[in-house]
Design a binder for this molecule. Sequence first.
Ligand code: HEM
Length: 451
Amino acid sequence: MAEAVLMKKRVFMAYADLYAKFGHSKYVGFFTMQKPSVLIRDPSIIKDVLIKEFSNFHHRGITVNAQVEPITNHLFSMRGEEWKTSRVKLSSAFATGKIKILFPRMQKIAERLQVELANVANGQDFDVEALCERFCIDAIGSCIFGIDINSLDHPESEFRFIAKRVASFRYQRAIRSLWPGIPNKLIELFKITLFEDRFRTFFTKVVEDTMKQRESTLHRSDFFNALLSLKNASKLDTVQQKLDMMAAQYFFFFTTGSRSPATSITCALFELSRHEEIQNKTRLEIRTVLQNNQGQLTYDILSKMTYTDMVIAETLRKYPTMGMLLRRSTQNYHVPSTDSVIPNNTSIVISIVGLHNDKKYYERPDQFYPEHFTEEAKSKRPQYTFIPFGEGPRACIAKHFAKLQVKIGLIYMLLNHKYEVSPKQKLPFKLQSNFGFAIEDGVWLRCRKID
Ligand code: HEM
């Protein structure tokens, strides 16, 4: 991991290299700083870790200290009973039935996105990522938090500022991601915190304001409601601790919920700009499906856009916004069909980028090739070789919501506009995060309106 420690390479890319280097191994042992870790390559062992033996690998082994840094006490970093209760309560806001109900709200935001697009549809260079981020921030605000952020009209909104600050690279965060077992004493002594204190202040205020607003409005069964029910079920002692926990959930859902889908729409548009024939084919499908429905976009016709789904899947294959899955063993684990044992308390890594670029599973891993996702190609691939949202009980809680966000964003951006890559765009992309694809310095395209 030397290159990752010296920050010459992002951590998730170093794991992908490790995956590629040991092409014939089911798993690879390595050291993260001085801690023994295992990278699992074999899909059937991956299934064991993520699903069959979940009780042994139920947490990610991320070190957080809720006392020192309350904003980190969210679903992603929680473990044990606390995670289980929180997951059950919060899942209610993301059930498939709820997603369908959210569709009209998402559509309204996408219509605003289209209006905004008109301002750049004159062939000038524009940062498509910034625009997609504003769309996703507003979609999370409206659909999940029930608030009108409106960063499409006001790009400098406070929410957007926070999203940018969180995404920007911090040395402290790099140390923490490379040193999962870092002692709390060191964190406190050297203030190696993951996030600035202002995030706690900001999201605490958002929670308090929403609570006040809810006192005067009707009961709604949404994310905030799920969070209130979680607060009531929580074993935390003080009112402040409960408020902190709610702020932490808001913080994580907001940052992940706006950033990951924005990167996915951006990367899809970038690839479509490089491949005009794929762009035209996707647009033609969208237009045809719409025409057959009297020009109306409804939730039920989305499933007819199967080529668009292939384009989105190929984007998630090539640019997974989380490039690795992390787990920690809580008992010894005997690796099936071998004489090896992974000891208790070992860090486990599954390289999403490694799997998604393995020639054994993907015919043209280096290309953007939506045909990787025809029904035939999918049926030939073993399970657990396409895992952009993770798998098992700890998989992405918002998978269906995120897919809807990406699809609606892409549909509205492609419908009446054509894209090409700006000469200003530098390649390869400069990566911003140690965890997965997030692009620094924006993605520059040119756009024109078409009939
Ligand atoms: C394209 C968009 C997205 C991608 C590719 C993505 C991917 C992932 C992945 C790979 C994980 C880890 C799964 C595992 O360890 O097995 C995860 C977890 C999570 N994601 Fe997403 N995600 C996306 C969008 C979202 C959105 C929109 C939200 C919230 C609104 C969200 C909330 C979460 C949460 C809360 C977890 C932690 C779940 C738990 O530990 O129980 N994600 N996501």
